[in-house]
Design a protein around this ligand. Structure first.
Ligand SMILES: Nc1ncnc2c1ncn2[C@@H]1O[C@H](COP(=O)(O)OP(=O)(O)O)[C@@H](O)[C@H]1O
Ligand SMILES: [Mg+2]
Length: 658
């Protein structure tokens, strides 16, 4: 247990107090003074010294430390100081804080200027930094705990009820579910429900489940009603009969469908089609044969035409040879021979006209020639002349026969040429005829359609096609009839199937109703289980509440705490209300009782935190009898006659006597 006592508290220019020393020597004291004498200021000074705050928890920035004059103006230039001597487990610690204005004189200026405030800190007279000072205080006591332990009103008047409840819970320690179950009756079953959930969560879960189930339960009759209303009327329907009917109808339909397939396959039409195909290929063959026949014929005639042309050309060359012989050989030869013959005739006449001429004298000696000699010369001359003429005659006859031969040859050539010309004309005519024939054949080869055979086949073809069309027409008519029958059967099947589905629907509906009824039973069972769980949970909570309250209240002598409040719906709500002899702190509790309850709380908390601190009891005059406390007590007592604060130490002997 750490014990902190205040041995002395010196104030200088702190708020309204100019200079005062509270000297307790660590004992309980009573400070007397009229209203406004400065009692509370003492507590403010102590708080400021430790935590920079006044006794109400206001920070130094928001409350005036600095002394004001009668007009309420700050008196400048003062040193505000508090010095406290603490006895911590009999060891003394002096704390001092000085707060003052800082004035600086600027160079060259006679006037000082305000430059803010400064606080100086001292531990056992040694100046220290703020951080060091605060750290030391923090070692001694936590600020929140200090507030709880020094001011009896703090716990009940300053803290939020949740804070109070939290502190109480800390003080008494938690109660385990096992403890609760052991304390209550019939709570054993809860063990399994709770598992690792809190009882509150468990309750919420149960409540929401219950709500959900309830909603579902409400819906079930509505659903059953809906299903019932939707059930079809099947009074006159028999499932087996309908199924048998459908079976029969389907068999009939199948038979009809087979018939349709047969019609579609169409035997006669197929046969006709086959024939039609055959005719078609025959027609094609006719066409092919026709043209190939003509091709042969044309080739034959073309061959003839070619040989006629050959003949013609052969004749032409023979004619050409003969003409060349006639004009190039025979005729020029005749001419040459006739020219020679003319020359011979002229020569003959020339020889024939020759007369014997003689000279009478010798040319050489110019003597007259003898007669005989002249006669002899005459005879000689005549013989030579006739010889010459004879020779010309022979030659002339020879030439004449040659010319006659040549003329014969010429005649012969002319006749030959004429004959050949005629022959040539014949071949020319043949060639023309062949040409014409080829032309004609070519024309004919094109018009295969004109052949009788072709025409007959074509007629067959058209007739067959017509027949097929006729058959097809009939077929579709009969298929339509069967289709119509199938359609009617289908409708009948459909109508029966509808009836069947009505029965099914009815059966399903019945099953659904059964299901809903089962569900309802199940839900009702679950609901009642939840009800029981909820009851147990509430029992648990009540038991826990009772345990908790008695456990907490056992720790206090006078104070009593109400930790739960029963709401209108019977549920418990957490709260934290302090009572004294059944009277709530907040409403009508008198001042004395408030102080004593506060002291009772401080007693318990001091023990819990292992720390005691000086308790400042403001308005102590209202309490005639304070309860016993282990901490140092500083009573602040209103006393009208004391205009100045007056301190009375508690008689040591008296205290010890009590
Ligand atoms: N900063 C201040 N400077 C001067 N006087 C002050 C200052 N603050 C408070 N006072 C005065 O000092 C007195 C202190 O009163 P307080 O300590 O509350 O007296 P008590 O608790 O004894 O009634 C009051 O009259 C108040 O007007
Ligand atoms: Mg006061």
């Amino acid at each position: 247990m750490k014990e902190i006592r205040l041995a002395s508290l010196k104030l200088k220019n702190f708020k309204g107090i100019k200079d005062f020393e509270l000297d307790t020597q660590g004992n309980n004291v009573s400070v007397y003074g009229d209203n406004g004498a400065g009692k509370t200021t003492l507590f403010d000074a102590f708080s400021w010294l430790l935590f920079d705050k006044d006794s109400q928890g206001n920070s130094s920035q928001s409350f005036d430390i600095k002394t004001l004059d009668e007009e309420g103006n700050v008196i400048h230039g003062l040193e505000h100081e508090v010095e406290g001597v603490l006895q911590i487990n009999e060891k003394k610690l002096t704390l001092r804080k000085t707060y003052y204005e800082k004035w600086t004189k600027q160079r060259g200026s006679a006037e000082k200027k305000f430059a803010g405030h400064t606080t100086d800190y001292f531990l056992n007279e040694v100046p220290v930094k703020k951080s060091e000072y605060d750290a030391r205080i923090n070692e001694i006591v936590d600020e929140d705990i200090f507030k709880l332990l020094t001011n009896p009103a703090y716990f009940n008047e300053e803290l939020h009820w949740k804070e109070r409840r939290k502190i109480l819970m800390e003080v008494c320690g938690d109660i385990s579910p096992e403890e609760v179950i052991a304390a209550g009756e019939g709570l054993d079953d809860l063990q399994s429900i709770l598992s690792d959930r809190s009882i509150e969560d468990n309750k919420k879960i149960i409540a929401s489940k219950r709500k959900k189930i309830n909603k579902e339960l409400e819906k079930i009759p509505v659903r059953i009603d809906e299903v019932t209303q939707g059930l079809p009327d099947i009074a006159n329907l028999n499932k087996e009969d309908i199924e048998a009917e459908i079976k029969g109808l389907k068999l009939r339909k199948e038979a009809k469908e087979k018939k349709i397939t047969n019609i579609k396959a169409g035997g006669e039409i197929a046969e006709n089609r086959k024939q039609l195909n055959e005719i078609q290929s025959e027609l094609l063959e006719i066409r092919n044969n026709h043209s190939s026949k003509y091709r042969d014929k044309i080739e034959e005639v073309e061959g003839k035409l070619e040989s006629a042309r050959d003949k013609y050309r052969e004749l032409q060359s023979t004619i050409d040879q003969k003409q060349i012989e006639e004009t190039g050989q025979v005729i020029p030869e005749i001419k040459t021979l006739e020219d020679r013959s003319q020359k011979l005739r002229e020569e003959w006449y020339k020889v024939n006209d020759e007369k014997f001429e003689h000279e009478d004298e010798c040319p050489t000696c110019s003597q007259t020639l003898p007669e005989e000699q002249i006669e002899e010369a005459r005879t000689k001359f005549n013989i030579s002349k006739s010889k010459k003429l004879e020779e010309i005659n022979v030659q002339g006859k020879e030439l004449k026969s040659k010319i006659e031969d040549l003329n014969l040859r010429k005649e012969k050539l002319k006749n030959d040429i004429n004959l050949l010309d005629l022959k040539q004309q014949d071949w020319e005519k043949h060639a023309d005829d062949y040409k014409k024939e080829i032309q004609k054949l070519k024309e004919e080869s094109k018009s295969y359609q004109d052949s009788q055979e072709y025409q007959d086949k074509l007629e067959d073809y058209n007739q067959l096609q017509q027949e097929i069309e006729q058959l097809q027409d009939n077929k579709s008519k009969s298929a339509d009839e069967v289709k119509e029958q199938i359609y009617l059967l289908e409708k009948e099947i459909e109508s029966n199937e509808r009836k069947l589905s009505q029965i099914e629907q009815y059966e399903k509906g019945q099953a659904r109703i059964q299901e809903l009824a089962d569900q309802e039973k199940e839900l009702a069972k679950e609901y009642s289980k939840l009800e029981r769980d909820l009851y147990l949970t509430e029992e648990f909570i009540k038991t826990k509440v009772n345990l908790l309250e008695s456990k907490i209240n056992d720790k206090f002598e006078f104070a009593h705490f109400k930790l739960f409040e029963e709401q209108i719906n019977g549920e418990l709500k957490e709260t934290c209300e302090t009572l004294f002899k059944g009277v709530p702190y907040g409403s009508s509790l008198n001042n004395a009782a408030r102080v004593n309850v506060g002291l009772d709380v401080i007693n318990t908390l001091s023990e819990f935190y292992g720390l005691s601190a000086p308790i400042f009891i403001d308005n102590a005059e209202s309490v005639t009898e304070l309860i016993d406390v282990d901490s140092q007590v500083i009573e602040l007592v209103v006393s009208e006659p004391d205009k100045e604060l007056r301190v009375e130490l508690e008689q040591q002997e008296m205290k010890e006597a009590v």
